[in-house]
Structure formats: C-alpha cells, structure tokens
Design a protein around this ligand. Structure first.
Ligand code: ATP
Length: 237
C-alpha cells in the first residue's frame, strides 16, 4: 500500500494554476524526487501535502487518512515533516534550540524535547554544534539542521525542499548520506531538488512537473531518457 497518495490535485492562486490534476504515490521506505523547471509547481505541491496551502480540488492521503485540508500542525501530527526552500533557521538560537522548536510541535515536555533534539543533531552529524549559534554554521550545516528540525516531529514522510541547492560536491555527498540514513530508519522521503546528481542515484522514482502538470513519473533512468523531460527540463541545463 502507498504511504502517500496525491489524487488529481489542482491548486490555483487566482488566475494562476500552480498544480493541475497531479497524481502520484509514494510507498513506505521510498525516496521519490519531485523535479521540474523553475515555477513548475513543486513547492506548491509540498505546501498542499504539508497543509500550508490546501488543494483547490483533489485529495491527498497519508496511509488511509485523508489529510487534504489539514492545518500544518495537523499534518505534523499525522506524520509529515518538512523543510523549507529558504532555511528558516533561528540564527541567534543554538543548534539544539532550533531542533527543539520542531520537537515542541508534537511534545511540550522540555526535557524530552532536549533529549530527542540532541539525538537528532548527532544523527545528522551536527553533534558538535549543539551549543553553538545556528548563525555560525555553513549553509550546508544549516540545511542539515533544518532536516533535524523536521525529523523532530517523528515523521513517517519527510518533505525536503532543495536541501542540496548551492552545496559543493562534498557537501552534496554528506547530505545524500543523511538522506539514505533517514530512509534506512523507515522514513519515506519526497525531495524537491534541482541538483539532479544528488537525487537521481538514490531515488526509487522521479516525478516531473512542468507548468503545473505531471509530465513523467518513473524510475530515474526512464525519466531522464524521456523526450518530454529532456525538452522541458534537462534541455534547459
Ligand atoms: N502564494 C502564491 N500566490 C500566487 N502565485 C503563486 C503562489 N505560490 C506560487 N505561485 C505561482 O505558482 C507557480 C508555481 O510556483 P512554485 O513555487 O510552486 O514552483 P516551483 O516548481 O517550486 O519553482 P522553483 O523551482 O523556482 O522553486 C508559479 O507561477 C508561482 O509564481
């Protein structure tokens, strides 16, 4: 059974159709890449799934629960964690406190939040920054910090929005290793990414959006040879 099912989702902002009749699914323990040119509707799809912008029509299911129309907090409780395209790091707070903010979404107990935040920092290889201000960390480290914060809601599904953008090849490799570790914990990952060399080798499937519509959905090798994808996206590279 699919963990996530997106069924015929359309999202309009006034006259703009950001997502049009998009359907795809993601199985438990899978890594799925959501790619497409700028403005294709990827972040809007994340916002629909995570409760930030309910679909205009269509439905979203997590396991057997219909979550379309849920608030972001309800989505977090249902098992969806997310990072944002622009990292929302609290730069003057320590790395630990940043992750505790995520933990508080599901549990208000300070000692428990502190404990799970410390574990998560170790998990994303940032244990040494525990008591350092987040503003002192590199962009790559701040992205992993955002991943740790999203993991603090103990998600079944983690949505990652461009966590590899602007990173050098070593940093991309470090981030990919963290994504694989997350998947190995049984957490499914839906990843919006322009850094194709990061996502293509690790994805079970790739969904391609173009002008709000899904134009391809399949294994990375199939999708990257699809003429529609080459024309719409890879041809732009
Ligand atoms: N809140 C909003 N109000 C109006 N239009 C919006 C809103 N959010 C997104 N859009 C429009 O919807 C379309 C899809 O945008 P979206 O940010 O989802 O694309 P994207 O694929 O994530 O792009 P990028 O790769 O540049 O991040 C664009 O035309 C965008 O201008």
């Amino acid at each position: 059974m699919s963990l996530l099912r997106v069924e015929n989702v359309t999202k309009r902002f006034g006259g703009i159709t950001a997502n049009q009749d998009v359907s795809f699914s993601l199985g438990a323990g899978q890594i799925v890449g959501l790619i497409g040119p700028n403005g294709a509707g990827k972040t809007t799809m994340f916002n629909c799934i995570a409760g930030y912008a309910p679909p205009t029509s269509g439905d979203i299911w997590l396991n057997d629960k219909k979550i379309s129309g849920y608030s972001p907090e309800q989505c977090a409780h249902a098992g969806i964690g997310r990072t944002f395209q622009v990292a929302r790091t609290f730069t003057s707070m320590t790395a630990l406190e940043n992750v505790m903010v995520g933990a508080f979404l599901i549990n208000r107990n300070v000692a428990k939040a502190r404990h799970s935040a410390a574990e998560l920092l170790d998990f994303v290889n940032l244990g040494q920054f525990k008591d350092k201000p987040a503003g002192s960390m590199t962009i790559s480290e701040q992205r992993r910090l955002a991943v740790a914060r999203a993991l603090a809601v103990k998600p079944k599904l983690l949505l990652m929005d461009e966590v590899m953008a602007g990173l050098n090849p070593t940093e991309v490799k470090e981030t990919v290793e963290v994504v694989l570790k997350i998947r190995d914990q049984g957490i499914s990952c839906l990843i919006v990414e322009h850094v194709l060399e990061g996502i293509m080798p690790i994805a079970d499937a790739i969904v391609v959006l173009d002008y709000g519509k899904k134009i391809a959905d399949g294994k990375p090798a199939e999708v990257s040879n699809d003429p529609k994808v080459i024309a719409a996206y890879l041809g732009d590279e």
